[in-house]
Design a binder for this molecule. Structure first.
Ligand SMILES: CC(C)(COP(=O)(O)OP(=O)(O)OC[C@H]1O[C@@H](n2cnc3c(N)ncnc32)[C@H](O)[C@@H]1OP(=O)(O)O)[C@@H](O)C(=O)NCCC(=O)NCCS
Length: 354
């Protein structure tokens, strides 16, 4: 895909001041899935790199996970909910068609006067939401924005379809984005190829195909995907977008301390890493344990990288998302947080992850 050069994409005077995540307690392994579906641990691991994923309870929706992540992010930032001026939430499958999941999260954390809206950009939602937050702050409209990526994708999967259900998992991540006196760098490259809109979608439940008995019996309220086509799109797009965003920032791959790609498939990540020529020890992955958590995958990685000492304040991050749309979004940002010192009892950051 060729894209005309664009000016900018660069925002300064913005920082991430807090991050929080939450993952459900229940672990579903590949072997567990092979008990009820014609698949195997060997097939899933060799084609995707995924070993297990977290699954929300029957009662949980994205906002439930998102609230827990958001509270932790606010706590780390030392920001009270009332100081948040805008909540932007992203989910592949939100709580409801409307109102926005962000509205539910804002109410439940006590950010009652904040603006609230959702971003729908497939699994790229978190990068789009982060770009929107940075742009709102960079334009001088707000000082503190909460960005959430929250998913219970498991609710929208056809558990009889082995080509899709083995790939995804549930989780949530949130960051507080604030105005900063320092000139940290936030640079974005966002794009979309709508000709691929039908390659990854949930056909029914919206206005195009409202819910009927027929639509339910045709299983049209589940996620549908042309896996090989999405695979081709991702392997082509991720490296191209990363190179563009680095160019926007006047940087090269050698300036990147850590590359955090969307965690969809180990083979897609390996292809991007090869094309970018970035060293393996500067790439962060955790999809083996979480699968594709859609809008939550990048913040889940960031928090884990920080807490494990792989990511520290001042380092340059390259983020790359892709997904339904077919959308893509890359970012170069200066990270501004350090992990908790070993054994800090006040930072049970990952919640139920044990
Ligand atoms: C989904 C994906 C793993 C499938 O891998 P693939 O190598 O392309 O496999 P194919 O879809 O061509 O299927 C190959 C065979 O494996 C089978 N297969 C598919 N899923 C399987 C599973 N879970 N277990 C066992 N066999 C499976 C298929 O039925 C097919 O069998 P057939 O040749 O007898 O018809 C891969 O296409 C992919 O990762 N795509 C990107 C998806 C993605 O990341 N989406 C999210 C974007 S945010």
């Amino acid at each position: 895909m060729t894209q005309a050069p664009r000016d900018g994409g660069v925002v300064r005077g913005v920082r991430i001041s807090g991050i929080g995540v939450h993952v459900p307690q229940r672990i579903l392994t590949n072997d567990d899935i092979s008990q009820f579906l014609d698949t195997s641990d060997d097939w899933i691991r060799s084609r995707t790199g995924i070993r297990e994923r977290r699954i929300a309870t029957a009662a949980e929706a994205p906002s439930d996970l998102g609230v827990l992540a958001a509270v932790r992010a606010l706590d780390m930032a030392g920001v009270s909910p009332r100081e948040i001026e805008l909540v932007i939430s992203s989910s592949l499958i939100p709580d409801m068609v409307f109102p926005a999941t962000a509205a539910v999260i804002a109410e439940r954390i006590g950010a009652r006067e904040a603006g609230a809206f959702d971003v729908q950009a497939g699994c790229t939602g978190f990068v789009y939401a982060l770009a929107a937050a940075a742009a709102f702050i960079g334009a001088g409209m707000y000082r503190r924005v909460l960005v959430v990526g929250a998913e219970t994708v498991s609710k929208g999967l056809d558990w009889e379809d082995r080509r899709t259900c083995v790939l995804f998992g549930d989780g949530a991540g949130a960051v507080v984005v604030e105005r900063s006196a320092d000139h940290e760098l936030f640079t974005f490259d966002l794009g979309n190829d709508g000709s691929g809109a039908g390659k990854l979608n949930m056909p029914a439940g919206g206005a195009r195909l409202p819910a009927t008995h027929d639509s339910v019996s045709r299983r049209e309220h589940f996620l549908k995907m042309d896996g090989p086509e999405v695979f081709r799109f991702a392997t082509r797009t991720v490296a191209e977008s990363c190179l563009r965003v680095l160019q926007n920032a006047d940087l090269t791959v050698d300036d990147v301390d850590l590359f955090v790609p969307h965690q969809a498939n180990q083979r897609i990540i390996a292809s991007a890493v090869r094309r970018l020529g970035i060293a393996e020890d500067r790439v962060f992955t955790n999809l083996e344990r979480y699968g594709n958590t859609s809008c939550a995958s990048i913040p889940l990685c960031l928090e884990e990288a920080m807490e494990s000492g792989r990511l520290a304040a001042g380092q340059r991050l390259l983020l790359a998302g892709f997904g339904a749309g077919l959308s893509w979004g890359s970012a170069v940002i200066t990270w501004s947080l350090d992990g908790a010192p070993d054994g800090d009892p006040g930072r049970d950051a990952r919640g139920s992850d044990t």
